[in-house]
Design a protein around this ligand. Structure first.
Ligand code: XBP
Ligand code: MG
Length: 234
């Protein structure tokens, strides 16, 4: 690798398609368990993905309904949702996106360091990342718990860079969404966006590369990411 020192991956929608059949299901189960009058179908949930962070997402929907105590109810529902989503993770129901494991193995084989920056909660992020990539695959994992301000703010990416002891010049971010891309770009990172059905409509014009998959039309490799970085920072 001539330039690439590390890759920082987002989790939700990037390492795995967690949202529609994972987080969304856990939110709906939590609403029922907590007696909250909300239910998110696929279309509504897609809209609400513009709001990062599960607790903020619930609070936004409750405020729209004019519900009293939106923040407190959202905090309670989100604790229940976190437990329910952790159950889904522990049952092994979430697979990595095709090609993700091959890319991470290839990065390791080329001595490129791997980190994670997500707005999700550590309670489920760590077991999920271990399940998806194997124990010890990721050097540092920045979660929503670690930052004051969630994506699209750059704080999570800036903290990942600080923990890696690197500046942005040798690092590529891999994201799936508009808010995630905005966070990575605001941290100065060259960013590859791998879209999914939930994010295909997002504005990702600021990405160095936009693809629909890791494994198609050609596999995304360490060498390909090094080329992207070199091309973006000649
Ligand atoms: C993902 C999120 C997360 C998850 C839910 O954004 O916003 O909030 O939807 O996780 P990104 P929590 O992929 O940009 O990190 O409920 O644990 O917040
Ligand atoms: Mg994401």
């Amino acid at each position: 690798m001539s330039a690439l020192r590390a890759v920082v991956f987002d989790v939700d929608g990037t390492l795995a398609e967690t949202e529609r059949d994972g987080h969304r299901v856990a939110f709906n189960e939590a609403f029922a368990a907590e007696g909250v009058d909300l239910h998110w179908d696929v279309e509504r949930y897609r809209e609400l993905l513009a709001v990062t962070g599960g607790r903020r997402r619930v609070a936004t929907a409750l405020r729209e309904q004019g519900a009293p105590d939106a923040e407190a109810v959202a905090a309670r529902v989100h604790r229940t949702k976190t437990d329910l989503f952790l159950d889904i993770v522990r049952r092994g129901e979430i697979d990595p996106r095709p090609g993700v494991r091959d890319l991470v193995d290839d990065l390791h084989a080329h001595g490129v360091r791997v980190a994670v920056a997500t707005t999700g909660r550590r309670a489920w992020v760590e077991p999920l990342v271990t399940h998806l990539l194997g124990a010890g695959a990721v050097e540092t994992t920045v979660c929503g718990d670690d930052v004051e301000t969630l994506k699209p703010d750059p704080e999570a990416y800036l903290l990942a860079l600080r923990r890696l002891g690197l500046d942005a010049a040798g690092v590529v971010a891999v994201e799936d969404s508009g808010p995630g891309l905005a966070a990575a770009r605001a941290a100065g990172l060259v960013t590859v966006v791998v879209t999914n059905p939930d994010t295909a409509h997002h504005d990702v014009g600021d990405a160095a590369v936009v693809r629909e998959a890791f494994d198609r039309p050609t596999p995304l490799t360490a060498a390909a990411l090094d080329d992207v970085l070199t091309g973006a920072r000649p």
